[in-house]
Write a protein that binds this ligand. Structure first.
Ligand code: FES
Length: 268
């Protein structure tokens, strides 16, 4: 049932069951023409069970905007960010390619890099026992004592070089999928997921006039200020946010064109 403003009606039997969260029928009315449609179910914003399902089915398998291309513009630039249930490390390699990895040391599972932006010259060093990883994820040393704080007298304890059956090339950082579109770097936890282009569909064509690749600095500032980027491509909230026609009179093309960097930065 739709309210006069399209808001979700409270005439439903509440609370909804977990099964209802994954039923097409639950969302059928959100897809009606806007004058008849309801908004997303309230549970999508408040239910821990709904959140669990989102982590598993959307953040675990969709392309998630992890950071801005401007934040990894140069080789060695890196961003550590939470994607669903994982900590992801996005880094631009010496070859210019943007890659993503689980932000987890292969030795004892320590988080390699603290959340946020960083820059390294040649490698990441685990803060625990100094295992080192190249920008392309390769394990360089187990540990790499060069520049480490491990006293020389104790280095023997950590040295793996004479351990039989151990080959450090088997212990590079575990990869995630990474692709870019416009000013954003997307990460996918599912190594078998279809390419980003499949999930974006015709969005790049429809937004071609907005020159999104030039918005990098602006989006980087937005993330710095508010800690958010657009939701995963497949998220129900993403569709709602992008197509909420009730907001169009306020956020129409005239206003979008006025939304320039200077105006945005004055909000600080
Ligand atoms: S946990 Fe990273 S080097 Fe030991």
């Amino acid at each position: 049932m739709s309210g006069s403003d399209g808001a979700f009606s409270t005439g439903e039997r509440r609370p909804l069951t977990r099964d209802a969260f994954t039923s097409e029928e639950t969302y059928r009315r959100t897809r009606l023409p806007v004058s008849l449609a309801t908004t997303l179910i309230p549970d999508a914003y408040s239910s821990p069970e709904f959140h669990e399902l989102e982590l598993e089915r959307i953040f675990g398998t969709s392309w998630v905007a992890a950071c801005c291309t401007a934040e990894v513009a140069e080789p060695g630039d890196a961003v550590a960010v939470t994607v669903g249930t994982a900590s992801a490390l996005v880094v631009r390699g010496a070859d210019g390619i943007v890659r993503a990895f689980h932000n987890v040391c292969r030795h004892r599972g320590t988080q390699l890099v603290e959340e946020g932006r960083t820059h390294v010259e040649r490698f990441f060093r685990c803060p625990y026992h100094s295992w080192a990883y190249a920008l392309d994820g390769a394990c360089l040393g187990t540990p790499l004592f060069e520049g480490s704080e491990i006293p020389e007298s104790e280095q023997r304890i950590f040295d793996m070089s004479d351990v039989k059956e151990f080959d450090r090339t088997d212990y590079g950082l575990l990869p995630l999928r990474a692709e870019t579109w416009g000013c954003l770097v997307f990460v996918n936890l599912d190594l078998d997921a279809p390419p980003l282009a499949d999930e974006l569909g015709d969005l790049p064509d429809r937004l071609a006039g907005y020159r999104l690749e030039e918005w990098g600095e602006l989006q980087a500032r937005r993330r710095e200020l508010h800690g958010v980027l657009p939701p995963p491509v497949g998220a129900p909230g993403a569709r709602q946010g992008l197509t909420d026609e009730g907001a169009l009179p306020l956020a129409g093309p005239r206003n979008v064109h006025r939304h320039d960097d200077d105006a945005y930065c004055r909000q600080r």
